[in-house]
Design a protein around this ligand. Structure first.
Ligand code: NAD
Length: 443
């Protein structure tokens, strides 16, 4: 089928690649000329496991193309995806300017029936706004071409995006049009063979489903972080509590890890956006407000531990930092806990020596060159001359380090672990002081 994808980011590029992989003919459009030029040269703008070979082979086979020429791309696709960003506005609500700009462009250039599919995460009612925008621009241009707007939110996880798109748990289609549903069922048939994963509903429910999913996941994290703070105050070990509650199948083990807060491009902005949308309809979303507040506080947890350990004096300290991305297997630094920590450390006059398996370039892009940040080639190199070690991201490569080497290199022989990677008793055996989340200090 002929498909057009607006926005070549984490969602657009991965979606385009998997659609091309099963044989669809995909044209990708982005306003970022450099991104498009680089992709044409085979340079993939993001790190995502399995993405580079998938994109490269489909580009070479001519099933995926990149352009900034929206007009030609709109002519190509009978199915047009909108996968552009919906960043938070000043007040935290989702900013729809990119989505509506794409809607205008589609309206200006369409000359045959189009199914416009919204994949971006957007507040309830956005499909209506997209429809209204297309009609407005068509009217202004004296056009009357038929179209439909469908909501098809994306549930991929960064770090596992390719697999999630190739083998989705569910495909939500928000539409009441039989014609659009049939077309989308045909598009997704290759991903829907094992059993029917397509759930069809009205557009508004589909839009809310995406927010509800992300807010539920964020709630699990903040809930567990709240319990971790209580565990610490009560002298309990949150890791025992986690295992204890996870064994109840109604709760389950998934997504109840305490840590140094959630980040990324989705949870923080989507929780905020739903809170703001709720306010818009006169409702105070108290649970979600608390989820946000707990996370905000939790992102300062490691810093608080450091301040406590060093009697509020971090000036001149050198901190070895493992993990910069907001989670493993991605180079994405948006809203990463490491950023909150580093910025607070710098305010106190501390120096950071950091390493991340994939996010070094992104860190350099964000912070440029500064004398209090050294990006090191290996995790071992971060420890040279460092006073302590802090872990912000649970990359596999950090899970079984050489503890003897840590002990002999880190001056103060102390680890601040934002992801509870190690057992406090083992750390004691190695003679290391150890701070875990919801576990306090063990010596
Ligand atoms: P991104 O920032 O990585 O990519 C967005 C792309 O859209 C950029 O390349 C940008 O240049 C392009 N763009 C902006 N305006 C455009 C226009 N008018 N025409 C063409 N291209 C344009 O964003 P992302 O992470 O892929 O997220 C996209 C949407 O999907 C957001 O609404 C996000 O909430 C949602 N989402 C993201 C994830 C995720 O894990 N990243 C998961 C599910 C849903």
């Amino acid at each position: 089928m002929k498909v057009t994808v607006f926005g070549i980011g984490y969602v657009g590029l991965v979606q385009a690649a998997v659609l091309a992989e099963v044989g669809h003919d995909v044209h990708c459009v982005d306003v970022d000329q450099t991104k498009v030029d680089n992709l044409k040269k085979g340079m993939i703008p993001i790190y995502e496991p399995g993405l580079t070979p998938l994109v490269t082979s489909n580009f070479e086979a001519g099933r995926i193309t990149y352009t900034t020429d929206a007009a030609s791309a709109i002519k190509h696709g009978e199915l047009i995806f909108i996968a552009v960003g919906t960043p938070p506005d000043e007040d935290g609500s989702a900013d729809l300017k990119y989505v509506l700009a794409v809607a205008s462009t589609i309206a200006e250039n369409m000359d045959s029936h189009k199914i416009v599919i919204n994949k971006s995460t957007v507040p309830v009612g956005t499909a209506d706004k997209v429809r209204a925008k297309i009609l407005e621009v068509q009217t202004a241009n004296d056009k009357d071409v038929s179209f439909d707007v469908v909501s098809n939110p994306e549930f991929l996880k960064e770090g596992a995006a390719v697999n999630d798109c190739l083998k989705p748990d569910r495909i939500i289609l928000g539409t009441t049009s039989d014609v659009s549903e049939k077309k989308l069922r045909e598009l997704y048939a290759p991903f829907n063979r094992n059993h029917d994963k397509i759930i069809v509903m009205d557009v508004r429910s589909a839009e809310l489903t995406k927010y509800a999913a992300n807010c539920m996941l964020a709630t699990k994290i903040s809930f567990m972080n709240e319990i971790s703070n209580l565990a610490e105050l009560f002298g309990a070990d949150v890791e025992n509590v986690r295992k204890g509650i996870g064994s109840d199948p109604r709760i389950g083990y998934q997504f109840i890890y305490p840590g140094c807060g959630y980040g990324g491009s989705c949870f923080p902005k989507d929780v905020q956006a739903l809170v703001r949308s709720a306010t818009g309809v006169g409702y105070n979303a108290k649970v979600l407000e608390a989820v946000e507040a707990v996370n905000y506080r939790q992102k300062e947890k490691l810093f608080d531990y450091l301040m406590q350990h060093y009697n509020n004096d971090l000036k001149g300290k050198t901190i070895a930092l493992w993990g910069l991305s907001f989670k493993p297997n991605t180079d994405d630094m948006r809203e990463a806990s490491s950023r909150v920590l580093m910025e607070k450390l710098w305010e106190q006059g501390a120096n950071v020596q950091a390493y991340d398996p994939e996010a070094m370039e992104e860190t350099q892009r964000i912070y440029g060159t500064r004398s209090d940040l050294s990006l090191m080639g290996t995790k071992e190199a971060t420890m040279n001359g460092a006073d302590c070690l802090v872990i912000c991201t649970e990359w596999q490569a950090f899970k079984a380090p050489d503890f003897d080497a840590i002990k002999s290199t880190i001056k103060d022989q102390v680890i601040f672990d934002g992801r509870n990677l190690f057992e406090p008793s083992l750390m004691s055996e190695y003679g290391l002081q150890y701070y875990g989340i919801g576990r306090g200090l063990s010596v």
